[in-house]
Design a protein around this ligand. Structure first.
Ligand SMILES: C[S@@+](CC[C@H](N)C(=O)[O-])C[C@H]1O[C@@H](n2cnc3c(N)ncnc32)[C@H](O)[C@@H]1O
Length: 256
C-alpha cells in the first residue's frame, strides 16, 4: 500500500469515528433534554418586592380565624374575606361534599367569576376515612351539592369536574386559578397528591389554601390526617411561607 493510500484510509477512518461520536452525542442529548421548559430561576427586583408584599399582607391573618365556636363559620368567613381582599376572581375547591362551603363562597364573594368544584362523589377503595360512604349515599350527597350551587352553575360562574383528584387535574390548566382550597383526602397520600397536582394550577401571586391543617384526627381504625406535617415539609422544601390561619386552615402565596 502506498503512503498516499494509507493516509487517505486513516483520514477516512478518523472521519467515520468523528461522525459516530457526533451522532452518539446528539442522541444522548436528545434522551436527556427535558421536555418541560426550564423553570425561571432569576427574578426581577419588582417580582421579589411584590411577592414579599403579598406575603406580608397574608401574614396579618395568622391565627385570626377564631371569631366564634363554629369552625365552619370561622373558616367560611375568614377565607372569603381574604380571597375578596386579594381581589381573586378564579377559584377551585378540591373535595366538595354537599357544597356548603362552595355555596357560601359563591354567595359571599362578589368578585368571583369562576369557581370549579372537584370531587369524585363515589366510594374510593384507597381512602380510609369516615367520609368515605357507599355509592348510594354519595349520589345523594352529589345531588345536594348540585342543588346548592345550581343558580351559579346556570349563571356560568360555577363548573363541576366529577372525578378523583388525579382524574380531574388535567382538566384545569396550569396557572389558571387565583386560589385553590384543598379539602379532599387528608391522609398522607391524599394531601401529597392534592398539593402536587393542584398547586401548579395557581398562578404566581395566587394562593394555595386548605383545611384540616393538623396531624392525627379520628379513631385509629382510620388513616391519620397528615396535612400539617406534609404541608410544612413541602413548604420547607419549596421555600414557601406557610401561614397558619387558625381553625386548622393554612394558606401560602405562590411565588413568582
Ligand atoms: C371533607 S369533605 C369536603 C367538605 C367541603 N369542602 C366543605 O367544606 O363543605 C371531603 C370530600 O373529598 C372528596 N374526596 C376524597 N378523596 C378524594 C379524591 N381522591 N379525589 C376527589 N375527591 C375526593 C370526598 O368525596 C368528599 O366529598
Amino acid at each position: 500500500m502506498t503512503l498516499e493510500r494509507r493516509i487517505t484510509l486513516s483520514s477516512n477512518a478518523m472521519l467515520a469515528i468523528g461522525a459516530l461520536l457526533f451522532f452518539t452525542m446528539m442522541n444522548l442529548m436528545k434522551v436527556h433534554t427535558p421536555t418541560q421548559p426550564a423553570k425561571k430561576t432569576l427574578l426581577t427586583a419588582g417580582e421579589v418586592a411584590q411577592h414579599i408584599a403579598l406575603q406580608e399582607k397574608l401574614s396579618k391573618y395568622k391565627k385570626s380565624f377564631r371569631i366564634s365556636n363554629d369552625n365552619n363559620r370561622n373558616r367560611y368567613v375568614g377565607l372569603s374575606k381574604i380571597w375578596t381582599e386579594f381581589s381573586y376572581t378564579k377559584g377551585a375547591e378540591v373535595g366538595v361534599w354537599k357544597g356548603d362551603f362552595s355555596k357560601y363562597m359563591l354567595e359571599n364573594m362578589p368578585t368571583l367569576t369562576s369557581y370549579v368544584l372537584v370531587d369524585s362523589w363515589r366510594h374510593l377503595d384507597n381512602w380510609n376515612k369516615p367520609w368515605n360512604k357507599d355509592n348510594a349515599e354519595f349520589e345523594a350527597v352529589f345531588q345536594t351539592a348540585m342543588q346548592n350551587t345550581k343558580s351559579f352553575q346556570d349563571a356560568g360562574i360555577c363548573s363541576v369536574v366529577r372525578g378523583t383528584n388525579v382524574e380531574a387535574a388535567p382538566q384545569i390548566p396550569d396557572a389558571s386559578l387565583d386560589f385553590v382550597y384543598l379539602d379532599g383526602d387528608h391522609t398522607l397520600r391524599g394531601i401529597m397528591f392534592d398539593l402536587n397536582l393542584y398547586a401548579p394550577k395557581v398562578r404566581p401571586g395566587g394562593m394555595v389554601c386548605g383545611d384540616d391543617y393538623t396531624f392525627g384526627q379520628h379513631e385509629t381504625k382510620f388513616d391519620p390526617t397528615m396535612v400539617k406535617p406534609y404541608v410544612d415539609l413541602y413548604g420547607e422544601l419549596n421555600h414557601l411561607s406557610i401561614v397558619d390561619l387558625g381553625e386548622v386552615q393554612f394558606c401560602y402565596i405562590v411565588p413568582p
